[in-house]
Ligand binder design. Sequence first.
Ligand code: SF4
Ligand code: SF4
Length: 347
Amino acid sequence: MSANFAYYIDIVGTCNLRCPSCPTGNFLPPDFTSVPRPTGTMSPELFREIALKIAKHQNPCDTFLGLYNYGEPLLHPKLTKILEISNELNFSPHISTNFSLRVDFNKLLSNKIGGLRVSMSGFSQKAYGQGHRRGDVRLVKSNLYRLRVEMDRKRISFPVEICYHLYRHNSNSSEILSLFELCEELDYHLSPMIAGFVSVEKFIRHLNGSTTEEDLKLIDKLVASPEELVELNNESNSNYCELYDEQIVINHDGSMALCCGVFDPVHFLDEKFLAVNFKDLIKVKKNKAELCGQCIATGTNSAIMQVNSQVMSQKVETMVRNADPSLRLQDGRVTRINLKNEKVEQN
Ligand code: SF4
Ligand code: SF4
């Protein structure tokens, strides 16, 4: 049996937000080599065929299956069916959402999911709206409350993680401490990370000196510029890229992307997932690997994945402590120390 791949299936090929750090928000028509990225949703029939093929080659119980890449999965009109198919085949799919939309909790909680990640970049609308353009933080918060109520009512349990994107403007006490207290109340994990600049294509262009005015505005808000991220994460000279060897990204139409970091369709693979022999899944990436050469040579892959976890965690911990002296980072999650008796509470 081949290696156990992690799968990211973009069941929805679009998003309701336009975050400036994400290609869904920062890739404009002139940024594409030729045609723009197609949008749409994956039919449950196609999803079933894809999931069946995966399940034939990997034990679904040991397989990471994310129903997202650059799309918002909760926009899928047949989400219940997709979750049902996943469960029938013994997958526990993971969902990453912005939660800044009307959520049908009956659909979302109709089947077993492995975990839910909610991306946020502020507790106040003023901060949140800069990182999550077009988003409404009140909607996000109300969904966080409703999720807890519905999970408790249905007696369902799975990890809920708030992935907080740290920028210069959203790292103060009123943003981080307030969100931590909300997470504490709702029994969610708060996992901060240094916001980056995605995609691979734009990152490389920036390192080569070609950045749009709009992207420069975003880079000004970053805690670490692309150049600093390259320096901080330049820990090995290896040619190995985890995303190349261990990850399969499937778009809503069944086509595949080189990895989760690329956005331009020019970096989609020549064959669709269902047309490729399972044993050849890595082989078909070779035709598009020219980009990988540039990506590795410039240090982009290590920087985007923030591979130097020790240094990156220290940076996050410093920011969290600066926000409030009682806050710490433990296993990537914010915890609070009772400064009087040093008791650790984790959320
Ligand atoms: S919510 Fe996620 S997918 Fe949508 S634009 Fe923002 S970062 Fe990109
Ligand atoms: S080297 Fe870069 S482009 Fe290639 S798979 Fe890795 S992250 Fe993607």
